[in-house]
Design a protein around this ligand. Structure first.
Ligand SMILES: NC(=O)C1=CN([C@@H]2O[C@H](COP(=O)(O)OP(=O)(O)OC[C@H]3O[C@@H](n4cnc5c(N)ncnc54)[C@H](OP(=O)(O)O)[C@@H]3O)[C@@H](O)[C@H]2O)C=CC1
Ligand SMILES: Nc1nc(=O)c2c([nH]1)NC[C@@H]1CN(c3ccc(C(=O)N[C@@H](CCC(=O)O)C(=O)O)cc3)C=[N+]21
Length: 293
């Protein structure tokens, strides 16, 4: 039976992908739009799941997808040259650099090398800076997905008390900024926060992006609050089966929460869809800049 407290990320994904598809069709179809390039450096199973879902999302949106896996021992200089070539290639619509990268690669320097008009993840420091100015049209996908899922509850964001747990540059920090731009009152917790529970228990919405299974239990949530679970953790259960869980003890928390996003099937699918939406935004901006006709 469907549980009404669970927010279905697949429904939100379908809506966003339909919008992206309509954009591509109106622009003349996939052949009139460059390809989206995904760059992974070295093999990583978590990234592989994301990239596989990106490929599916791109098919649904009608965007050509070029999945590149660069060797783990590629040099920084070689990476920069390849990115520069993509910046100059009119057939490349956008570039997403998957994280993590090997230790010898300086990720921020590579993000900076992606031209802001092709930066479909909004992680170039010059792109992410726009969020401070409440310009959120092209924002990091997971942060944007959490805002989208909060809106799905129908709660009015203005004045809402939101606690963001985790402050990474790719998720927690941009999500907090975006929620501020929506008029929410945002508290950001991290590993040095004295009592995360003291903050989270007051919140109308709790957003969690830490990477620790079962970090958030029912005693940390105000009855009726919304819980957005971004975490992805692989665990091995009692019968030796491995499975993916979030940072929230979903079964227990859903008894108190008003809404909760499941893992899998919550934030992940929406993240993928937002990437396709961002690609259409990049196309619009490239057109406006006269890069393409
Ligand atoms: N569904 C999706 O689309 C995505 C999911 N993810 C998942 O989200 C999770 C977080 O990812 P990411 O932000 O990249 O991870 P990071 O490891 O970069 O960040 C984790 C954050 O959690 C904070 N933290 C650590 N321990 C605690 C604690 N006990 N209480 C409160 N805060 C704590 C850290 O604080 P400090 O820095 O101070 O130590 C840090 O800010 C992971 O499980 C990842 O797999 C990530 C990206 C996309
Ligand atoms: N530059 C960069 N940006 C990221 O946003 C980024 C990254 N690097 N590196 C890896 C992590 C992880 N991540 C996921 C996104 C969606 C799913 C996803 O679609 N999950 C499905 C899983 C379904 C299945 O198992 O196939 C779900 O939750 O339902 C998973 C993982 C983004 N990340």
């Amino acid at each position: 039976m469907r549980d009404h407290r669970l927010i279905d990320g697949k429904v939100v994904r379908a809506r966003i992908l339909d919008e992206a598809k309509a954009y591509v069709e109106a622009a003349g179809g996939s052949n009139r739009i460059g390809r989206l390039v995904s760059v992974s450096i070295g093999d990583n199973p978590e990234v592989a799941v994301y990239v596989r879902n990106q490929a599916r999302g791109a098919v649904a949106a009608g965007i050509r997808f070029d999945q590149q896996l660069w060797s783990a021992d590629v040099t920084q200089e070689e990476c920069k040259q390849r990115i520069a070539a993509m910046n100059d290639d009119p057939n490349v619509l956008g570039v997403i650099l998957q994280r993590p990268v090997p230790e010898h690669i300086h990720v921020r320097s590579l993000q900076s090398a992606i031209h802001p008009l092709k930066d479909v993840e909004g992680m170039n420091p010059s792109s992410i800076g726009n969020i401070v100015y409440s310009d959120v049209a092209l924002a990091p996908c997971t942060a944007a997905a959490s805002v989208e899922l909060i809106k799905e509850t129908g709660l009015e964001l203005k004045g809402l008390e939101i606690v963001m747990i985790g402050h990474s540059e790719i998720v927690g920090k941009p999500a907090a900024m975006m929620l501020m731009a929506e008029g929410a009152t945002v508290t950001v917790c991290h590993h040095m926060t004295r009592s995360v529970a003291m903050h989270s228990r007051r919140a109308d919405v709790v957003v969690v992006a830490v990477g620790k299974a079962h970090l958030i239990g029912p005693e940390m949530i105000k009855p009726g609050a919304a819980v957005i679970d971004i975490g992805i953790n692989q665990i091995t259960d009692a019968d030796g089966e491995t499975r993916i869980v979030g940072d929230v003890d979903t079964d227990a928390v859903k008894e108190v929460a008003g809404w909760i996003t499941p893992v899998p099937g919550g934030v992940g699918p929406v993240t993928v869809a937002i990437l396709m939406r961002n690609a259409t935004v990049a196309h619009q901006r490239q057109k406006a800049a006269g890069w393409i006709s």
